[in-house]
Design a protein around this ligand. Structure first.
Ligand SMILES: [Zn+2]
Length: 340
């Protein structure tokens, strides 16, 4: 008899209820009034007195085991039922994918190209790794001239020098060498300088330069072109001024300021209380540069200008730190989704 109880204990322990029907058959066999347990209790009176104690203990252990297992199986089935209903809720909205956007600098470059294309400028491109000739010498930077010091860069080889271009003016030289005037193009691209990375400077940034060479091009054309650009890019009421400056490749040269968009020229910390902010450098192409590129400087004249795309973005979108443009922080980039 005791052996029979031990067998039943083992069966109860191994029992698995995967569905309601399993639970019901367990209940019929071990829990109900007609269960084996009832029969065993009934048989107690026929057990010889000497075995009554052991029999009683074993039977009670079986009873407790049956009750515990039954409770476990009931709650186990209820839990899995709950889980199934949740995953099958078809009324829940679908999870959405994150959709990326165009980088603010790319968007701004596209806007600059659009403005100049409408007044007849094409887009020229060139390599980022340049020789000394295209980056410096052809542009009238004499060797050992301090102007080279201001544009220190990363060298790939020395003597002869191969380097990362410090401006897109190298593309101007390549353009002028490639054919005959007239030339009217802008050169957007990535440029490099050996500078410490701070909120206002970076070793990698983007420029757009422009070049217009033809017979009879004058400083008035330069002024009008850039005035048109500033009005299109910033505001129709923006004021523009030219400040005399020095660049090796232009003569005369001027830096271009626009009236501060924040304070309308009254003075604030963005414009350092001058009412003006610088946006570009420009000038009439130096005759030496024209001759270096095989163009008759007696017959042709032209102007060139250059501006930083990051600088433009700082002004247009009031960004205080240009490192943000290269950090790829989605919280920053998301704020520009509406400008596209
Ligand atoms: Zn201001």
């Amino acid at each position: 008899m005791i052996e029979r109880i031990e067998e039943l204990k083992e069966e109860v322990q191994k029992f698995v209820a995967e569905k309601e029907a399993d639970l019901e058959s367990f209940r019929m066999k071990f829990v109900s009034r007609k269960s084996v347990l009832t029969d065993l209790f009934d048989a107690f009176k026929d057990v010889p007195p000497a075995q009554k104690k052991d029999y009683g203990v074993a039977l009670n252990q079986l009873k407790v085991l049956v009750q515990d297992r039954f409770k476990e199986m009931v709650s186990g089935l209820e839990e899995s039922k709950g889980a199934t209903t949740e995953t099958k809720d078809l009324t829940l909205p679908a999870a959405t994918d994150q959709i990326g956007g165009i980088h603010p600098l790319t968007a701004l470059r596209a806007r600059i190209i659009e403005i100049f294309e409408r007044i007849g400028f094409s887009v020229a491109d060139g390599p980022e790794i340049e020789t000394d000739w295209y980056n410096f010498t052809a542009l009238n930077f004499p060797e050992n001239h301090p102007a080279r010091e201001m544009q220190d860069t990363f060298f790939i080889e020395k003597n002869p020098d191969v380097l990362l271009r410090t401006h897109t003016s190298s593309v101007q030289v390549r353009l002028m060498e490639s054919g005959k005037p007239p030339f009217r193009a802008i050169m957007p691209g990535r440029v490099f300088r050996n500078e410490a990375i701070t909120a206002r400077a970076h070793c990698i940034f983007h420029q757009v330069e422009g070049l217009y060479i033809d017979e009879g091009v004058s400083f008035a054309d330069l002024k009008d072109t850039l005035y048109h650009f500033a009005k299109e890019m910033f505001h129709k009421d923006v004021k523009i001024r030219f400040r005399p400056s020095y660049f090796p490749f232009t003569e005369p040269s001027a830096e271009i300021d626009i009236s501060c968009l924040i304070c309308n020229g009254e003075g604030c910390n963005i414009c350092k209380y001058t009412g003006w902010v610088e946006i570009a450098g420009s000038g009439m192409v130096d005759p030496n540069v024209l001759e270096n590129c095989g163009i008759d400087s007696e017959k042709y004249t032209g102007f060139a200008f250059g501006m930083g795309i990051e600088r433009m973005a700082l002004l247009k979108y009031q960004v205080r730190d240009l490192r943000l443009f290269t950090e790829n922080d989605v919280r920053f980039l998301k704020q520009f989704s509406s400008i596209l």
